[in-house]
Design a protein. Structure first.
Length: 70
């Protein structure tokens, strides 16, 4: 089970790093996808996972291939 938790945390870190490289705030991304800021923050911190459609919306917003998060 620990491997799955590590994976979720790493995906969240990857999202956060790319978002920051794009000079976007959580609010910027949350507004565009749309999603509540607190929910996106929880994903970035690895507190929860998201489904593939949400991950795709985040990738599209950040203008990256979804595979970069994995």
């Amino acid at each position: 089970m620990r491997g799955q938790e590590d994976f979720i945390v790493q995906v969240g870190k990857n999202i956060r790093n790319i978002r920051k490289l794009r000079s976007m705030t959580i609010g910027d991304v949350a507004e565009k996808i749309p999603m509540k800021e607190y929910a996106l923050n929880r994903i970035e911190l690895g507190y929860c996972s998201c489904n593939l459609s949400t991950l795709k919306r985040i990738a599209d917003c950040l203008e990256v291939d979804i595979k970069i998060f994995l």
